[in-house]
Ligand binder design. Structure first.
Ligand SMILES: C[S@@+](CC[C@H](N)C(=O)[O-])C[C@H]1O[C@@H](n2cnc3c(N)ncnc32)[C@H](O)[C@@H]1O
Length: 322
């Protein structure tokens, strides 16, 4: 049984690599936006005549068999990567671009518990991580991306910083690890190692660089890619990444956390807990920086956010002095 499942998975990997290579040849680019903006664009485009590859694999619009080259259509159909519904075909995956790379991620809408996320946070995370690393002189040899999703950040780091011997990428979602494997293989990287792990639970050793964009919302459906835990107004995972990560840094190692913080009218419990955790350590230099005062404003309508006045995007950065 396991062998049959492995064969299906291997065949799907090959089919997805075929798709990525096909799209690359066609100079495909697509920027993944928020689900609300995505839906607004879908609501506009009810009767499109000339369906493009971006319509099918970016917007996930309905298409006809004749809208795809027959070799691509056949391989996607044979590997259950498209499905037929009410007279039309739909892709079961999306493809997003970041810089000159392409990434497989989950189809729209991302309502499944195991949806693999790629969106505006991914672009911001990678941008700020690169800015952060731009003035770090030392070469990083061993890296770890926690909560990796598609591994877009790890792949981008591996491309920009060839000194890495290894970047481990960890997630609780097997589908995220499977997409990470395909995305790394498509990027022609053999130093990305996907690991099934609840934060550090299955990860051995210490690192020169740990980076993460974890879930940070209080999600009513507790979806893995969105729900940041019940404590600290959705910042339980973020706090645990810092708490456990500081024990896993090599001398001069760095931890870079990109996250969203729910701010109360009378304070910021996440920041208060960070101060309590980190202030006693004289060998750790750390900073907390707000980069956007107000994101996910629509969440403030949810019952779980009635005591919150805004959600801010922040960077938490730690460096071991020696
Ligand atoms: C918001 S997505 C971010 C994905 C990726 N870092 C990016 O920037 O595109 C968060 C990811 O964290 C994973 N995750 C949630 N809880 C986790 C945990 N306890 N340990 C490891 N990964 C976790 C989810 O499965 C999801 O892939």
């Amino acid at each position: 049984m396991n062998q049959i499942l492995n064969n299906v998975e291997t065949a799907q990997h090959q089919a997805l690599l075929f798709l990525l290579n096909y799209l690359k040849q066609k100079d495909y680019h697509f920027t993944a936006i928020t689900p609300l903006s995505h839906q607004r664009i879908l609501d506009r485009n009810k009767n499109i005549k000339d369906i493009t590859l971006r319509d099918i694999f970016g917007w996930n619009l309905a298409f006809a068999e004749t809208d795809l080259e027959s070799s691509l259509f056949t391989i996607l159909k044979e590997n259950q990567l498209i499905h037929f519904q009410e007279g039309y075909w739909f892709s079961n995956v999306r493809v997003a671009s970041l810089e000159d790379q392409l990434f497989i991620h989950s189809s729209f809408p991302t309502v499944q518990q195991n949806a693999v996320f790629f969106g505006p946070d991914t672009y911001r995370f990678v941008y700020h991580l690169k800015q952060y690393l731009s003035d770090k002189p030392q070469p990083f040899k061993r890296g770890l991306e926690l909560c990796c999703g598609t591994s877009a950040a790890a792949i981008s780091m591996a491309k920009h910083y060839p000194d890495f011997n290894e970047i481990m990428v960890a997630d609780l979602n097997p589908k995220a690890l499977s997409y990470s494997k395909i995305n790394a293989s498509f990027a022609d990287l053999n130093n990305i190692t996907p690991v099934y792990s609840n934060l550090f639970s299955n990860i051995e050793g210490r690192f020169d660089l740990i980076f993460a964009n974890p879930p940070y919302l209080i999600d009513a459906d507790q979806r893995q890619y969105r729900h940041g835990g019940n404590m600290l107004d959705g910042n339980e995972l973020s706090f645990n990444i810092v708490k456990q990560g500081m024990q896993r840094l090599n001398p001069l190692g760095c931890l870079f956390l990109y996250t969203g913080v729910a701010i109360r009218p009378n304070g910021n419990p996440f920041l208060e807990e960070l101060k309590k955790l980190l202030t006693p350590y004289s060998n750790i230099k750390w900073s907390y920086e707000e980069i956007d005062p107000d994101v996910f404003g629509e969440e403030l309508e949810q019952p779980a956010y009635q005591h919150i006045e805004r959600i801010a995007l922040v960077l938490v950065m730690l460096e071991m002095k020696s």
